[in-house]
Design a protein around this ligand. Structure first.
Ligand SMILES: [Zn+2]
Ligand SMILES: [Zn+2]
Ligand SMILES: [Zn+2]
Length: 129
């Protein structure tokens, strides 16, 4: 009888595929300015227990809500998947997305950049794509 494999085990059976996925993810991580998180194979949400915080949200603003108030600029935008707060990334001077997490304990953000669909869990330091 075949044992049920986890997504992780399946990924490791094809090292080349995994390597491709990992280098893609690593460049994605570099691009978004998240350096020290664990990298998880696409589709794998093992280890994140905060998916119940994810709601259907509408963006609070077209740009970083807090930077717009002060006239500051940002690099990339992130949206809180619990309340829709739009904030700027950690490459931006004000790091409003991370500040929002610390203030609200809303653990999961999504990229608010066109064409980017990844989620990031602050609690578990996991990228989910
Ligand atoms: Zn989590
Ligand atoms: Zn900001
Ligand atoms: Zn929020």
């Amino acid at each position: 009888m075949a044992l049920k494999q986890s997504a992780y085990e399946r990924a490791f059976i094809s090292p080349n595929i995994l390597e491709n996925k990992m280098s893609k993810l690593e460049s994605a991580l570099k691009r978004i300015g998240i350096g020290k998180g664990k990298v998880v194979p696409p589709g794998d949400i093992i280890g994140c227990s905060h998916m119940d915080q994810v709601q259907e949200v509408s963006p609070s603003a077209d740009g970083c809500e807090d930077c717009l108030k002060t006239g500051d600029s940002w690099v990339h935008l992130r949206i809180c998947m619990t309340c829709g707060h739009v904030g700027c990334c950690d490459n931006s001077k004000n790091k409003h997305a991370t500040k929002h997490y610390h203030a609200s304990e809303h653990a999961i953000i999504k990229s608010f950049e066109p064409g980017e669909n990844w989620l990031w869990c602050y609690e578990d330091e996991q990228l989910m794509v």
